[in-house]
Design a protein around this ligand. Structure first.
Ligand SMILES: [Zn+2]
Length: 578
C-alpha cells in the first residue's frame, strides 16, 4: 500500500462527518464543538477543525487526524482504519499482495473441505463414539450444527484421501496444517480420533481447527500449527459469531473453546476464548473493535496472583480496565453452564475490576499496619502502575494506594520512578513539566520541518527523553524521516503520537531558531542534572576528607560549567554548518 493511497483516503474523508457518527457537534464560527467521546464531561471541550481536518480535546488532551480518531474510537490498527475509511469514501485500495490473498484462498478452501469432511464423519457410523461423548457433555444437535463440530476418525489417511478426491493438493493441505509429511514419503492426517472444532475468523473463513481427544490420549487439545492464515495471537474463538452480542453486552473471555461451546449450549452465546495461549495485546485490540467492556473468567484452579498479573499485562497499554470473575475451586464454565444459566449469570454479575482484585489480593497477603507489610505491598503494586500508558489511570491508582497505605503519593511515585527523587523535584518544581514540553517541541519541530531532521541527524548529539512514547517517535523520525509516519509499516503507537502532535498545528515562527533554542535548553537541563550529581559527590568527598577525589570532582565540575557556558555557540556552530 503506497503513501498516495493513504493521502487519497485522507483527503476524501471528512473528519466532521466521521466524528459526527459518534459525537453531536455544534458549529461555532469556523469549527465544531461537542462532548468528548474519550472522557466524560458535561461541557464541550472536544474541538474539530474542518480546515486542518484535525480534532483535539482540551479536557483529556487527545487529538489527531481522521485516522487516529477512528483508531482510537474503534480500537483499530492504522491499516484497519485505512480500510474502513477507504470503504466509506468509495476508494478501492489496491492490495499490495494480490498474489498472497489468492494463495490464502487455497488454504481456506482446504480447511472448508476438511470441515465438511469432519462434520460428515461425526454424523456417520464412524462418529458414534464422538456423538456419545458430546451428548454425554450435554451438547445438543443444534449446538453441533451451529459450531460445525465434527469428528476426525482414527485413521492415518482418510482426510488426505478425501481432500485429494476434492481436488485439493497435498501441498495446500500440508500448508494449512491438515496433513503432515511422513519420513518414508507420503502424508498422514494430523488429527486422528478427535472431536473437531473449526476456528473461523471475522471474515467467515475457516482458518484452523482445534481437536480434542475423547479418552485419555495425549495431547488433550491439538490445534492447527501456526501459519500465515492461522496466528493464535490474532484469533479469538467464536468472535465471528458473537460480535453483535459482544458489541451490545460486552465480551466474556473464557479459557477454552469447550467452555464457549458449553455456554452457548446452555444459552449464553457471547463467550470467546483464546486458543491455548494467554490473552495478548492483539486479542485486546481485536475485542476493542467491538467493545471496551471485557470480562475475564478464570477457573478456580488457575486463578491466583500470577494469573492475575498475566491477565492484566495486555491491558496496560490501553485505558480499558477488564473485570474478572473467579469461579469456585474445581469448577470451570462448562460445569457451571450445566448447573444452569442463571448460576452462570449470577457469577458474571459478581465480576470485579481487576485492579480492585489486585489491591485486595496484596492487602490480604501482607499486613498494611506494619512497615514490612506496607513495603511489600508498595513493591508489588507500584511497579505495575509504572507500566500503564494511561496517565490519569496511573494518577488514580497512585492516589488510591497512598490513601490505603496512609503514606504520601510522593512515596508511591518514588516506587514508580525510582530514578526520580521527589525531594529534588520539589526544588525545581517545573523540571518534569519543562522537560516534557521540550521533548514535545523537539519532536514537533522534527515533524513539521524536514530540515530539522537533517540537522539533528548530522548533529550527532544524543537526546535522552524521559517520555518513553515521545522517545520512540523521535527515534523513529530520526531513522526513517517524518514522511514515514503515514506508511502502513509505521507502528500504530508511533503514528498516534505523531498525529496528536500534528494536531497542534503548524509550528509558529522561525523553526530554525526554535530548534536551536530547544536543543540548547534541553542540553542545559542535562548539564544541570549532571552538575547536581557532581555536587552531591563533592559534598561526600568533603565529609570524608578525600582530597584526591575532591580535586578530581572539582575539575569535572569546572569543565562541565564551561561546556554549559559555551553550549549555545557550540549548538549554533553545529547547526550553521548545515
Ligand atoms: Zn476528552
Amino acid at each position: 500500500m503506497d503513501k498516495s493511497q493513504v493521502e487519497r483516503v485522507k483527503t476524501s474523508s471528512d473528519i466532521v462527518a466521521v466524528v459526527s457518527e459518534y459525537v453531536h457537534l455544534n458549529k461555532k464560527g469556523k469549527s465544531f464543538w461537542g462532548l468528548c467521546p474519550f472522557h466524560s464531561e458535561k461541557t464541550p471541550s472536544f474541538h474539530v477543525d474542518p480546515d486542518k481536518q484535525i480534532f483535539r480535546c482540551f479536557g483529556c488532551n487527545k487529538g489527531g487526524d481522521v485516522f487516529s480518531f477512528v483508531m482510537e474510537k474503534k480500537g483499530l490498527s492504522f491499516a484497519e482504519a485505512l480500510t474502513e475509511l477507504a470503504l466509506k469514501a468509495g476508494i478501492t485500495l489496491e492490495k499490495e499482495k494480490r498474489q498472497s490473498s489468492s494463495e490464502k484462498k487455497i488454504y481456506y478452501d482446504a480447511n472448508r473441505a476438511a470441515m465438511a469432511f469432519f462434520e460428515q464423519q461425526l454424523a456417520s457410523s464412524r462418529g458414534e463414539d464422538a456423538r456419545r461423548y458430546l451428548s454425554g457433555r450435554g451438547i445438543t444437535e443444534e449446538t453441533i450444527r451451529i459450531f460445525h463440530i465434527g469428528f476426525a476418525p482414527d485413521s492415518w489417511d482418510s482426510l488426505s484421501t478425501y481432500l485429494k478426491g476434492k481436488g485439493i493438493s497435498h501441498s495446500a493441505a500440508e500448508k494449512a496444517g491438515l496433513i503432515a509429511p511422513r519420513k518414508s514419503g507420503g502424508f498422514y492426517d494430523r488429527f486422528r480420533g478427535r472431536v473437531m472444532f473449526p476456528i473461523i475468523d471475522l471474515t467467515g473463513e475457516v482458518i484452523g481447527f482445534g481437536g480434542r481427544v475423547m479418552g485419555g490420549g495425549e495431547p488433550k487439545y491439538l490445534n492447527t500449527p501456526e501459519s500465515p492464515i492461522f496466528e493464535k495471537k490474532r484469533v479469538l474463538y467464536n468472535l465471528h459469531a458473537s460480535r453483535n452480542q459482544v458489541r451490545q453486552g460486552g465480551a466474556v473471555v473464557v479459557e477454552g473453546y469447550m467452555d464457549v461451546v458449553s455456554l452457548a449450549n446452555a444459552g449464553f452465546s457471547s463467550a470467546v476464548a483464546t486458543l491455548g495461549t494467554a490473552l495478548g495485546e492483539d486479542h485486546v485490540r481485536l475485542l476493542r473493535r467491538f467493545t471496551d467492556d471485557i470480562t475475564l473468567v478464570f477457573d478456580g484452579d488457575s486463578a491466583g496472583r500470577n494469573a492475575m498479573v498475566r491477565a492484566l499485562e495486555p491491558f496496560l497499554a490501553s485505558d480499558v480496565i477488564p473485570r474478572v470473575v473467579i469461579l469456585p475451586q474445581g469448577k470451570d464454565p462448562d460445569d457451571i453452564a450445566r448447573e444452569g444459566i442463571g448460576i452462570w449469570n449470577s457469577f458474571l454479575s459478581s465480576a470485579q475490576d481487576i485492579w480492585d482484585l489486585m489491591f485486595h489480593e496484596s492487602f490480604s497477603r501482607y499486613d498494611p499496619s506494619k512497615i514490612r507489610g506496607q513495603n511489600a505491598i508498595l513493591k508489588e503494586l507500584a511497579p505495575m502502575f509504572a507500566r500503564l500508558h494511561d496517565n490519569s489511570m496511573r494518577d488514580l491508582l497512585t492516589q488510591r494506594l497512598a490513601v490505603k497505605l496512609g503514606v504520601s503519593p510522593e512515596l508511591v511515585l518514588k516506587r514508580i520512578r525510582p530514578d526520580v527523587d521527589p525531594a529534588e523535584h520539589r526544588n525545581t518544581p517545573d523540571a518534569g513539566g519543562e522537560r516534557d514540553t521540550l521533548e514535545t517541541t523537539l519532536t514537533r519541530l522534527m515533524l513539521s520541518e524536514r530540515r530539522s531532521v537533517e540537522i539533528m541527524r548530522t548533529s550527532k548529539m544524543i537526546f535522552e527523553f524521559q517520555n518513553k512514547v515521545l522517545s520512540r517517535l523521535f527515534n523513529y523520525i530520526l531513522e526513517h524521516g517524518s514522511d514515514a509516519i503515514d506508511e502502513v509499516t509505521c507502528p500504530d503507537e508511533v503514528r498516534m503520537t505523531a498525529s496528536k502532535i500534528m494536531a497542534l498545528g503548524e509550528f509558529p515562527g522561525d523553526t530554525k531558531k526554535a530548534l536551536i533554542d530547544t536543543v540548547c535548553r534541553f542540553m542545559s537541563l542535562a548539564f544541570d542534572e549532571e552538575l547536581r550529581k557532581i555536587q552531591g559527590e563533592l559534598n561526600n568527598a568533603e565529609k570524608t576528607q578525600d582530597r584526591n577525589k575532591r580535586n578530581e570532582l572539582l575539575k569535572g565540575k569546572q569543565e562541565m560549567m564551561l561546556k554549559r557556558k559555551n553550549l549555545r555557540s557550540h549548538v549554533m556552530e553545529v547547526f550553521e554548518k548545515r
